[in-house]
Ligand binder design. Structure first.
Ligand SMILES: [Fe+2]
Length: 308
């Protein structure tokens, strides 16, 4: 397999209102490991199946949402190429020093997308203190906790200028469009795009307000774990959005629920294997309910209305 350029979604810095409740949610209930705290009070976490120093950063703020999302790239030269191409495309971008606000990470190129989101591209990151075994490994080093999420998986981002955003992600960064939903006028409502064999690393939906987060998703192994996660959502009295259920889009299994700050989380498992020679799957507005909520076949108002 030769995945070049951007190789995967790597991290997200998330704004939370109450750090103690948020750490309990992500550490004890989802099952991420806390790996440290920065001098400015941000908390760093990672999944048991991840190698990188950290993949989720919680920052206390007055409003929930996403500060930025990081994508791991295959080499430093790619970042230099992207810097030139991003300026030529007409987007703002700037370098962030290695080991500055993200301990363990090399230099990052921060790009302001037309959708209003910031994405950071990086090619080097230190191994975490604890990571999956490498020599005749067991299935895990320590028994996973809570929902047993393996790590950060993908995000759905809402913002304006969908076409210009996705043209940048595909034309400059090399993402592939896996699925999309067309509106009756022929324009697009949403694109699911990938840089790997996963059916999506990120998705963008056309929305009037910039820089919004619809959900941040964490990976589970299978349908049984989706059911177990749903049990924990109820046992811990967490605000449930939808699930356990399946998507028509990507064919993944899923739960949607809210963290204590109102950020929507997803636990996601399964989905087909994408290959870059696959044709694009296209949904229309009459069928998109089935695309998102496959069994119910229609969207709920909450799912459409709540973003952070
Ligand atoms: Fe998702």
């Amino acid at each position: 397999m030769a995945i070049k350029g951007v190789i995967r979604a790597g991290f997200m810095q998330l704004r939370v209102l109450d750090m103690e409740k948020s750490v309990h949610h992500y550490e004890d209930i989802l099952g991420l490991d806390k790996v440290g705290e920065t001098s400015d009070g941000r908390v760093l976490l990672k999944g048991y199946d991840e190698f990188d120093h950290h993949s989720l950063i919680l920052r206390k703020a007055d409003s929930p949402g996403m500060d930025f999302m990081g994508f791991k790239c295959d080499c430093e030269e790619f970042l230099d190429e992207v810097y030139e191409k991003t300026l030529a495309y007409g987007l703002e971008c700037q370098w962030v020093d290695a080991n500055s606000d993200q301990p363990g990470f090399g230099r990052r190129l921060a790009v302001k997308l037309p959708s209003g989101h910031r994405i950071d591209l990086y090619a080097s990151v230190e191994l975490a203190e604890k990571y999956p075994g490498l020599v005749s490994p067991e299935i895990w080093v320590e028994q996973p906790r809570g929902m047993s999420v393996k790590g950060f998986d993908h995000a759905l981002l809402y913002g304006p200028e969908l076409d210009k955003t996705v043209k940048y992600m595909t034309g400059v960064l090399g993402f592939h469009i896996v699925e999309r939903c067309d509106k009756p006028d022929g324009s697009q409502l949403v694109y699911w795009i990938t840089s790997s064999n996963k059916p999506h690393e990120v998705a963008f939906l056309e929305y009037d307000k910039p820089g919004k987060l619809h959900h941040v998703a964490f990976a589970l192994d299978n349908w049984n774990e989706i059911g177990h996660a749903a049990d924990l959502i109820t046992i811990n009295d967490i605000s449930m959005d939808a699930g356990p259920m399946r998507h028509g889009v990507t064919r993944g299994y899923t739960n949607y629920f809210f963290d204590p700050s109102g950020n929507r989380n997803e636990t996601y498992a399964g989905g087909y294997t994408y290959c870059p020679d696959h044709p694009i799957r296209v949904w229309d507005m009459d069928n998109i309910g089935r695309g998102i909520f496959y069994y119910e076949r229609k969207l709920n108002d909450r799912f459409l209305a709540i973003v952070t």
